[in-house]
Design a protein around this ligand. Structure first.
Ligand code: NDP
Length: 444
């Protein structure tokens, strides 16, 4: 059995009930085969892959909090500090009822390579809790965040582990967590990113993941003699990533005709009204059913269905495994030419394979949505300097980072004989830097 297969088997055996983690490890290790096979003896001797798939540390803790009626609730919090070879742990905090250790580990593992690809000195980590901020009052969210941070603050710091937002953790939650960290540790430091602008946040961080997604798609199209102008795009999700992906797509001359949330989806043939979407989701925190109040000609459907719409480009921006093989077949039949993942692992392994075999340009999340964490690292730089850069400065750096990232993954894919396979390119390019740093630092 090859070294890669042995390690995959071991991960599945030793981490039962963590299917998302298995999926992420398989996807990454499978595409690393050319590099691992070429170095098998040394990697085996150093147990390199075993060290890569085992988090340096994983923390699981109780999060008790009191609701507005005086009832006590207990959630489970997690922080997985996966790999610090190239810098302090960096990765978001997900607050969603589906959160469990396997999901946090899959996200943390992916984060190692994504962070490496940004070219910035940040290691991989991820955290969160099975708490659902939806339907909770501000006071209840504050009570949860304070309790969560009371424990987490023991393990994080501006030079050790710097969490950020993710699903369910937006500016409000980051604010409450930052306040509690400062109170308990007595430190005003850049321990979290995604902070408000009045207390150390970076301009353009809110927009960064969605904008970065469009910047890398634009660069990829440019390198293949195409542009975004005039393209029809299907987007899923209606959260932070989706909203700013839609905004930037429109600025670059494309038309986005769909968006979705966990209950339904919108088809708006005139192009999604971003101002309306922001008001519904960012200000009023409502369901997408409200969209038709703003655009009576748009159609609202219950359930899933975004990928049934004919489009040139598909941008899944909601959550993991939301685009399956049947969706991929529908998209290809409809003439899709590019799929880029705004969310983390939104495309199932079978769907990814089908898209690649069908000649669709496929940009995996660890490359395509890296603009968020890259800008978080820029927020860390600003905090260290005690300066704030302008929106234009941050946006220009983001654009440069995404263009470089594209060329790095394109070059890595070509170097190993997989031209235009950006899954292989991203995994190899991200891996090479981490391995180099791990080897330099010895067995630790
Ligand atoms: P948000 O919470 O702002 O938005 C998530 C969107 O996805 C919402 O529209 C939500 O619908 C929908 N959604 C969530 N879970 C499900 C589900 N199980 N089924 C269907 N729809 C669902 O999160 P973000 O936009 O920040 O994150 C989206 C994705 O992008 C995640 O995979 C995240 O890890 C990834 N990502 C985010 C980055 C960032 O900077 N924000 C950076 C890199 C990756 P509803 O409103 O109904 O819950």
């Amino acid at each position: 059995m090859s070294y890669v297969d042995e390690v995959i088997d071991r991960v599945v055996r030793e981490n039962p009930s963590e299917p998302e983690f298995h999926q992420a490890v398989k996807e990454v290790l499978d595409s690393l085969r050319p590099v691992v096979d070429a170095n098998e003896q040394a990697f085996r001797r150093d147990a390199l892959l075993e060290r890569l798939v085992q988090p340096e540390r994983q923390i699981k803790f109780r999060v008790p909090w009191i609701d507005d009626k005086g009832q006590v609730h207990v959630n489970t919090g997690y922080r997985v500090q996966f790999n610090s070879a190239i810098g302090p742990y960096k990765g978001g905090l997900r607050l969603h009822p589906s959160v469990n250790l396997g999901i946090i580990k899959f996200l943390g593992f992916e984060q190692i390579f994504k962070n490496s690809l940004t070219g910035l000195p940040i290691g991989g980590g991820k955290g969160g809790a099975d708490f659902d901020p939806k339907g909770k009052s501000d006071r209840e969210v504050m009570a949860f965040c304070q309790s969560f941070m009371s424990e987490l603050c023991k393990y994080i710091g501006a030079d050790t582990d710097i969490p950020a937002g993710d699903i369910g953790t937006g500016a409000r939650e980051i604010g409450y967590m930052f306040g509690q960290y400062k109170k308990l540790r007595g430190l005003f430091e850049g321990v979290l990113t995604g902070k408000g602008l009045s207390y150390g946040g970076s301009l353009a961080r809110t927009e960064a993941t969605g904008y970065g997604l469009l910047y890398i798609v634009e660069e990829m199209l440019k390198c293949h003699g195409q542009t975004l102008a005039g393209k029809t795009i299907a987007v899923s999700g209606a959260g932070n990533v989706a909203i700013y992906a839609i905004e930037k797509a429109h600025q670059l001359g494309a038309k986005v005709v769909t968006c979705s949330d966990s209950t339904g989806w919108i088809y708006d043939p005139q192009g999604i009204d971003v101002a309306a979407l922001k008001e519904i989701k960012e200000v009023k925190r409502q369901r997408l059913t409200e969209y038709r109040q703003y655009r009576p000609d748009a159609v609202y459907h219950e359930g899933r269905g975004v990928w049934s719409v004919q489009c040139d480009i598909a941008l899944p921006c909601a959550t993991q495994n939301e685009l399956d093989l049947a969706d991929a077949k529908t998209l290809v039949a409809g003439g899709v030419t590019a799929v880029a993942e705004g969310a983390n692992m939104p495309t199932t392994a079978e769907a990814t394979e089908y898209l690649l075999q069908s000649g669709v340009y496929f940009l995996p999340g660890k490359a395509a949505n890296a603009g968020g964490v890259a800008t978080s690292a820029l927020e860390m730089s600003q905090n260290s300097e005690r300066l704030q850069w302008t929106f234009q400065q941050v946006d220009a750096k983001l654009k440069g980072i995404m263009a470089n990232l594209y060329h790095n993954i394109e070059d890595a894919a070509k170097k190993y004989g997989f031209a235009d396979n950006f899954v292989v390119g991203a995994n190899i390019a991200g891996f090479e830097k981490v391995v180099d740093a791990m080897n330099a630092q010895g067995i630790v």
